[in-house]
Design a protein around this ligand. Structure first.
Ligand SMILES: Nc1ncnc2c1ncn2[C@@H]1O[C@H](COP(=O)(O)OP(=O)(O)OP(=O)(O)O)[C@@H](O)[C@H]1O
Ligand SMILES: [Mg+2]
Ligand SMILES: [Zn+2]
Length: 463
């Protein structure tokens, strides 16, 4: 009998090696390598029959089948998908445990089946009873939604063949396994094999497959990262677990752009769409007038979003000062602090600096730079930015304020929410069709600082 071969696979990124390593050389995660049994190479691939049928064809002879999209009836979800679910595609929805993946998929399934689609909801983690309880809570009543608690991929395939659904939901990919693999459910080899199989089912039978993937911090089960290249669409479901809203963000989409974000609020009866998200993020702001708190207009996809940035600056009790950034890129904050020191003359070398974006929003675009700089500067000097001012701009290393995209949209959003003043980059020129809001153009960081503080301009003088 041949000896079983094993290899060590990183459960985060799929890196493979023959022996144990404490740290993955590919993704630098510690303790993520797990020993897995290698399958014998003589095993027939799952899709052998299908592969044999395929022959190369000339591009101009390929008959185009129309891309058919199904609306989920949740406009925020449709938007992230690029206009609805594409028939025959595989969508991966990844998110932290408990964020609401099962909830949104059950709600979507309910709405789809109401529209006459046949849905097979494979629940590999929860019993039918649990799903029923959730469905009652979410008030889902349909006739063409099948719930199937199952973890065996071969049995799942059998039901797909029998029921012939339009959409299959697999909750979650880490909990199902194929008999063709000796390794345990949730390992890299298993989830890759199962995902591959579901991908072929989707393509061959023109079924839309939605797969749930848990984001994991420990290396016990493999994360969705190892699947991202295989699937058509990858959507991350994010949010602060202790707050009620959630963001859906596409990070890869073969059928649409990836800049769109869907915003939801989680409640007892499930997720509801938030159609005016800026209001949600600013609802606590109006009464607060503390130094170090500013409002910026960031862009989430094609939609502007107003969020509050707060900074706290104080003398450090430590030998070297602390810098903490939540919701914004840490190195970006360090860069802005360096510009504040060098170009504005704000001495922060003995000061701890904390920067926080309110509401657990993650901001990745540089248009937030100016807001961060002003939050830090006003807190350091204990002056207030007028609460009806919105701040937009990227900061360059020489202290210049650089132009940002979609300036009109950002200003219009601020105006809608009652803002009276906007500080924007001079380089953006004159924004078209903007009336009824005071526009202050700043060339350099120091101009913006002088412009935004209360009328006496205390900050500008003190610096
Ligand atoms: N009765 C309720 N009222 C309000 N919110 C609830 C209620 N029950 C559950 N929730 C919310 O639903 C979340 C769990 O949703 P769900 O089970 O869909 O998450 P999940 O991402 O599928 O989790 P898992 O990782 O366990 O699969 C909870 O964290 C909570 O926020
Ligand atoms: Mg779940
Ligand atoms: Zn790795």
């Amino acid at each position: 009998m041949s000896k079983l071969k094993t290899k060590w696979i990183c459960q985060e990124c799929g890196y493979e090696t023959a022996g144990y390593l404490g740290k993955c050389p590919e993704c630098s995660t510690w303790g993520s390598l797990v020993e897995e049994i290698q399958q014998s190479s003589s095993r027939k691939p799952v899709n052998a029959d299908f592969l044999n049928l395929q022959k190369p064809s000339l591009l101009n002879e390929i008959e185009l089948s129309k891309e058919i999209r199904m609306s989920t009836n949740i406009s925020e979800f449709d938007r992230v998908l690029g206009g609805g679910l594409v028939q025959g595609s595989l969508v991966l929805i990844a998110g932290d445990p408990g964020i609401g993946k099962s909830t949104i998929l059950l709600q979507t399934s309910g709405l789809l089946s109401k529209n006459g689609k046949k849905i097979l909801y494979v629940s590999a983690e929860e019993s039918s009873n649990q799903i029923k309880l959730r469905a009652d809570r979410l008030n889902i009543k349909t006739e063409s939604l099948y719930i199937y608690p199952q973890t065996n991929l071969e049995l799942i395939k059998k039901e797909i063949d029998d029921i012939k659904p339009d959409v299959v939901v697999v909750d979650s990919i880490q909990a199902i396994y194929t008999q063709n693999m000796p390794s345990s459910a949730g390992s890299v080899s298993q989830i890759r094999e199962c995902c591959n199989f579901l991908m072929q089912t989707a393509k061959n039978e023109n079924i839309t497959v939605i797969v749930v993937g848990h984001v994991t911090k420990d290396g016990n089960i493999a994360g969705p990262k190892v699947l991202e290249h295989m699937v058509d669409t990858v959507i991350y479901f994010e949010g602060d677990k202790y707050k009620s809203y959630r963001l859906l963000r596409a990070v890869k989409n073969r059928f649409g752009n990836t800049s769109e974000v869907g915003i939801f609020e989680m409640g007892a009866s499930g997720l509801t769409e938030v159609l005016n998200p800026s209001e949600l993020f600013l609802n606590e702001h109006s009464e607060i007038t503390t130094p170090g708190s500013v409002i910026i207009a960031t862009n989430e996809g094609t939609r502007p979003l107003l969020v509050e940035i707060q900074a706290l600056v104080g003398t450090t009790p430590y030998p070297s000062p602390r810098r903490v950034a939540n919701g914004v890129d840490f190195s970006r904050v360090l860069q802005i602090l360096a510009v504040l020191e060098k170009r504005v003359g704000l001495n922060l070398s003995k000061q701890d600096v904390y920067v926080n974006v309110i509401g657990g929003v993650e901001i990745s675009e540089p248009a937030a730079d100016l807001g961060i700089a002003l939050a830090v500067a006003t807190c350091a000097r204990d002056v207030m930015v007028d609460t009806h001012t919105v701040i937009i701009g990227e900061i360059g290393l020489s202290g210049e304020i650089r132009a940002v995209n979609n300036i009109e949209k950002r200003i219009t959003e601020a105006q809608k929410l009652g803002f009276k003043k906007a500080i924007i980059p001079n380089a953006n020129g004159i924004p078209a069709n903007i009336k009824g809001i005071e526009i202050i153009k700043a060339k350099r960081l120091i101009d913006a600082i002088t412009a935004c503080v209360s009328k006496d301009g205390r900050l500008g003088k003190k610096l």
